[in-house]
Design a protein around this ligand. Structure first.
Ligand code: SAM
Length: 299
């Protein structure tokens, strides 16, 4: 059974019940907290741990959505997006501090900074996602990445302990990320630009709309850099088209008759249009803001 070998990650984990520091049990099968009641969290066979609170358990992406994302991402259609996030980490994140991948999914993006030598902790509500992420890391023999279920709104992580949070196509919990990122660390958010997957939407809907701005982007952290990653992808099999569709929110919103239009396609060209925004977590800025001096200038 795989467990947690990376001490940089272990040292920042906090018990989701009582917030005490954690350690690996002597037999290597569990994480134990140092609180008066010693809460115990077992490693799964694949190596992830369930650190969600009981009210959050069972949420997040379904097994089918996780499988579709794995099948699509392993073809590297989104490699330029992963490279842009990796470059942002390498440029802005402290090498001695762990990176948190908040809403990590099945770990495709988490392993890019791990391969650079960063310690990476990935959290996701979906047990199917973190199981796939832990197995992906194991397949590559990567010991400096660890995954658990947890909500991004309540991370089992000590205050000011992470060098950076990466947050890719997942809910952006600014207050919680600001709590866990060290003073001067960064939040790297990747999200859909207006033309993202317009070709896919045009194949389904009569009047496809461009994406509008996300409502949950940071408002208190200062944006220091923004990059746009735009290119076209060409899908040449129905299985790739269906995998892409099944990993998007459109899968749940589309009528059966519209979805069936994709069932007969074996070729699709569509836009990838991603914005990667980098925010600095500065305690000084926060002090200024509590005094009513908001400042959102770019560096
Ligand atoms: C669109 S997927 C993106 C996954 C991954 N970042 C990627 O790009 O491949 C969104 C992920 O966020 C997770 N998620 C949704 N709400 C969450 C929450 N409150 N806390 C943690 N994860 C959440 C879902 O389970 C899903 O894996």
């Amino acid at each position: 059974m795989r467990n947690l070998k990376d001490t940089k990650i272990l040292n920042i984990l906090r018990c989701p019940v009582c917030a005490s520091p954690m350690r690996v049990s002597d037999n290597g099968a569990s994480l134990l907290c140092g609180g008066a009641r010693t809460h115990c969290f077992d490693f799964s066979a694949g190596g992830y741990v369930n650190l969600s609170s009981p009210t959050q358990s069972g949420g997040g992406d379904s097994k089918g959505a996780v499988r579709a994302r794995t099948e699509f991402l392993c073809k590297d259609y989104y490699l330029p997006v992963a490279r842009a996030v990796e470059e942002a980490v390498a440029e802005y994140a402290d090498r001695d501090k762990p990176i948190i991948d908040a809403g990590c999914g099945e770990g495709y993006y988490s392993l890019f900074p791990a391969r650079l030598g960063y310690s990476v902790y990935g959290a996701d509500l979906s047990k199917f996602a973190v199981d796939a992420a832990a197995k992906r890391a194991a397949r590559e023999g990567i010991d400096n990445a660890f995954f658990s279920t947890a909500s991004v709104f309540s991370l089992p992580i000590a205050d000011s302990s992470a060098g950076a949070v990466i947050n890719i196509f997942a809910p952006c919990a600014e207050e919680e990320y600001s709590r866990v990122i060290k003073d001067g660390g960064v939040l790297i958010v990747a999200y859909a630009g207006e033309k993202h997957l317009l070709g896919l939407k045009a194949a389904i809907y009569e009047n496809p709309h461009v994406n509008t701005d996300r409502a949950d982007l940071p408002v208190n952290m200062k944006k220091i850099c923004e990059k746009r990653v735009s290119y076209d992808i060409e899908l040449t099999s129905n299985s790739d088209i269906m995998s892409l569709f099944a990993m998007t929110p459109y899968y749940w919103r589309t009528s059966q008759s519209d979805a069936e239009k994709l069932g007969v396609l074996d070729h699709l060209r569509t836009e990838v249009d991603i914005i990667v925004s980098i925010y600095r977590n500065s305690k000084n800025d926060k002090n200024e803001m509590t005094q009513g001096k908001e400042d959102h200038r770019s560096e």
